[in-house]
Design a binder for this molecule. Structure first.
Ligand code: BGC
Length: 820
């Protein structure tokens, strides 16, 4: 059973951790001992004074109302015949500590509680020792344990030998049993571990004279240090993501204090790291250090769920590589047990929309079956209990969630993304009741036209043009977003029903998919293929979700390309649209524009944060603005993976690998060089083995190398191949070397970006001549760099006085050349 102290504990901020102790006697002939332990709170387990296991932040965060992880550890070597002690320190963790920006606490329990069962296997019998009335409880060195605010530890207060036999616990208190509705379960996800350590890259003395250590990378975790000084000295570490005007800047933490304090025991070197908190940080301000600070005394400990890495991409462009690395780091920072929005501020919640947008990227980069399988199990449990998919899982919001696009429909989109990656129908089978419950619920909300037109929607969340105080108020009609996502969601469910052999459901949901698609088209698509509202997100969704067809597709693609050009290849989409813009451009024959977007560096753009020294993906592309100030909206995390969803396009288009069948038994390999890239190498570990794609364009020669493991076949579309070959290949290493296609590849017209026109010196020369002739006061070059991003059409719109004859001359100049 779970036991909790009889004294008051855990219902106030800053309460100390609770120390639990259970004595036992080990008999002769012990063969094996297994400890299974868990907590309502965060737990560190001990057997006879030795810390058990290398996992941290146990039991991790699940939807505790329903399930708490119970992890097994082999502790045979820690026990011998005679008296023994099981110990545990339990801090407030997610079960008791404040969660969410509204600062509510005790979401799952009023007191820290401990559960343990020690299975002792002898030759002739098995005995089990559990947390029962024999447990004694006290306090010690761990004085506060807040996830958001940090940990306080006074080493002088640690009771010597408290988790060993012989300790006098007569002054400690008894325990009471805890009533708890959930289930103890074998963990579905990997443990959270210390995965890497980073040394400081610089120690800064700030203008106000403080010491700030820079680890060079935003991570999730904490700092471990070794210090030698007098007893009673307190070292304080304040963590933050950034330094502004030379000083540590905690603005992006909001109310989270992210401060660890350690008071020295004295008498020799002491090494300490927190056990009950974690921080999202790059910088740490160190205060109270005895003597001169030696940077070698500090390490940033990177902490997250210990998943296997499965995806890599390297290109010839260092900026692009940094963007990709930032996506990986943001994933690592936000997979601390639960897929979260951000790891630093007073939030760190399992926001459903964020992981929905990011799921295909996450599944390429790491084996996420454990973490996301566990999370989906929680989602289904919460959904069953509440009747709706919560906006955050585990749900700790103070109000019920209503169904919304991109957030709640993760119930369908995430299992589908995992099925696409791993090809295992059991993923769909497990999620099926949750998937159907979501769609059935929304079907009941449709209006008489079959549209999801009412209720709250997040819309194209964080559209850069939305007012700072209304992140859901972007340019794209939020009900258009909802209706578009619903089309995809219902179609996905119908396909899943088909895969699982639920043919009646497949027919029913197939019919619903047709109905909502027709409703969308009737409401939002004009007969010639314009999409209502004419925003980049509206077109991107319509194209990628199959909502425009036939000739409309070309029209929609053209309009999309024009809008993208008009916005100077900067980003004009939020969470809903950003993952699809480059795909929509690529699918409609506008790869050049997709690469122009990818290569853009002005704010807001994919590469802008990289040019500002970002080491993770920001919540907004302009979280830090070009003048160096923080976006003042109050929602400006520097570590949010959602917009990193663009990496999926990089994997499929630059790296060139997509699964042609769920699980990569059949693949499509079609790398598309662009943006001046000269080579790229992609590796992906699938259940069949490693797939590698490498291409290189050296002057006029292209080399492509593809390696497929046993059991995998695919089609290879060779890039820049004069013969435009598509080849069928099987397992093994394949290599092609050929003369690169040169010559006319693209027709130049009034919609071609000036940047593309400028790449052809002959055409550019003719165009500048036309400008010089007709508008001698406005040389075409003078509008650069702005001009480079817009087309002649847009430019002529901007110059109302342009003589009509000029258009004819420009047309002639355009036909004078073509460019690659
Ligand atoms: C989170 C987002 C989340 C959003 C939805 C924010 O505070 O950080 O990423 O999806 O809220 O409301």
């Amino acid at each position: 059973m779970f036991v909790a102290p009889t004294f008051r504990s855990g219902d106030r901020e800053g309460d100390p951790a609770v120390y639990f102790r259970r004595e036992l006697v080990v008999g002769p002939g012990l063969r094996r001992a297994t400890l299974r332990a868990s907590a309502l709170g965060i737990l560190v387990s001990y057997v006879n004074g030795t810390r058990v296991g290398d996992d941290v932040l146990a039991p991790g965060w699940t939807s505790y109302r329903h399930r708490v992880d119970l992890r097994a550890h082999d502790v045979t070597t820690l026990l011998a015949e005679g008296p023994a002690v099981l110990g545990a320190i339990v801090g407030e963790g997610w079960a008791l500590g404040r969660l969410g920006w509204e600062n509510t606490r005790n979401h799952y329990s009023d007191k820290p509680a401990w559960y343990a069962e020690l299975e002792l296997e002898y030759a002739d019998r098995t005995e089990t020792v559990t947390t029962d009335g024999a447990v004694r409880v006290g306090t010690g060195a761990v004085l506060s344990t807040s996830i958001y605010d940090g940990e306080t530890h006074d080493a002088r207060l640690e009771p010597h030998g408290w988790s060993e036999p012989g300790f006098d616990a007569s002054g400690w208190s008894g325990v009471s049993a805890v009533e708890w509705p959930g289930e103890l379960v074998t963990p579905l996800g990997p443990p959270i571990r210390r995965v890497e350590e980073l040394a400081p890259v610089e120690v800064l003395t700030t203008p106000s004279g403080r010491t700030v250590v820079d680890f060079g990378q935003i991570v999730s975790g904490w700092v471990r240090f070794t210090v030698d000084g007098p007893a009673g000295t307190t070292v304080t570490l304040r963590h933050a993501e950034l330094v502004t005007d030379g000083e540590l800047d905690p603005t992006t933490l909001r109310t989270a204090k992210a401060t660890d304090r350690y008071t020295l025991r004295g008498g020799g070197p002491e090494t300490w790291e927190p056990s009950f908190t974690f921080h999202g940080f790059r910088y740490v301000e160190v205060d109270g250090w005895p003597g001169a600070l030696d940077p070698a005394a500090l390490r940033a400990v990177v902490v997250h769920s210990d998943m296997a890495r499965t995806g890599w991409l390297e290109t010839s462009d260092p900026l692009l590589n940094r963007l990709h690395a930032n996506v990986v780091w943001s994933m690592r920072g936000n997979f601390v047990g639960v897929p979260t929005d951000c790891p630093q501020r007073d939030e760190r919640l399992g926001w459903t929309g964020d992981i929905h947008a990011f799921a295909p990227t996450a599944a390429f980069l790491y084996d996420v079956r454990g973490v996301l399988g566990s999370w989906l199990t929680d989602l289904a449990a919460e959904q069953r209990a509440a009747g709706s998919v919560p906006w955050v899982v585990p749900d700790v919001l103070p109000h019920p969630s209503s169904p919304t696009a991109l957030w709640s429909d993760v119930a369908v989109g995430l299992p589908a993304a995992l099925y696409a990656e791993y090809g295992d129908p059991a993923i769909l089978e497990a999620a099926y009741p949750s998937m159907t419950a979501f769609v059935d619920q929304v079907e009941g909300l449709l209006d008489e036209n079959g549209l999801w037109s009412g209720g709250f929607q997040y819309g194209d969340w964080l559209d850069p043009d939305a007012p700072p105080e209304d992140p859901a108020g972007g340019k794209t009609d939020r009900h258009l977003v909802a209706a578009a996502y619903l089309c995809r969601t219902v179609r996905t469910l119908a396909d899943a029903a088909q895969v699982l052999g639920h043919t009646a459901d497949a027919d029913r949901y197939g019919a619903l998919a047709t109905r909502v698609r027709e409703a969308f088209r009737a409401e939002y698509v004009t007969p010639t293929g314009r999409v209502s509202g004419e925003t980049v997100t509206a077109y991107a969704l319509a194209v990628c979700f199959g909502l425009v067809e036939g000739p409309e597709l070309a029209k929609a693609g053209g309009r999309l390309a024009a809008l993208v050009a008009k916005s100077g290849y900067r980003i004009s989409t939020g969470f809903a649209g950003t993952p699809f813009v480059l795909d929509a451009l690529t699918a409609t024959g506008h790869l050049a524009e997709a690469f122009l977007m990818l290569a853009e560096k002005s704010c807001p753009s994919f590469l802008y944060p990289v040019t500002q020294g970002a080491t993770t993906v920001w919540e907004r592309w302009d979280s830090i603005r070009p003048d160096g100030t923080l976006n003042p909206s109050g929602m400006t995390s520097l570590n949010h993976y959602a917009l990193g969803a663009v990496a999926s396009w990089l994997h499929r288009t630059v790296g060139g690998l997509s699964a042609a069948e769920p699980g990569y038994r059949r693949v499509r390999i079609a790398p598309r060089p662009g943006a001046g890239l000269t080579h790229a190498t992609l590796r992906h570990d699938t259940d069949h083995g490693r797939i590698e794609v490498a291409w290189r364009v050296d002057g006029t020669t292209t080399v492509v190398e593809v390696t497929l493991p046993d059991g995998v076949t695919g089609s290879v579309e060779l890039p820049a191949d004069p013969d435009a070959r598509t080849l069928e290949v099987g397992p093994g290493v394949h290599r092609w070397e050929y003369a690169t296609l040169v010559g006319p590849a693209e027709v130049l017209d009034f919609d071609t970006p000036l940047r593309t026109l400028a790449a052809d010196p002959a055409v550019w020369r003719s165009l500048t001549d036309v400008f010089a002739k007709h508008l001698p006061g406005i040389p075409i070059e003078a509008t650069a760099p702005e001009a480079a991003r817009i087309s002649l059409n847009i430019m002529l719109d901007l110059i109302p006085g342009a003589p009509a004859a000029m258009r004819d001359d420009l047309a002639a100049a355009l036909t004078g050349g073509t460019t690659r």
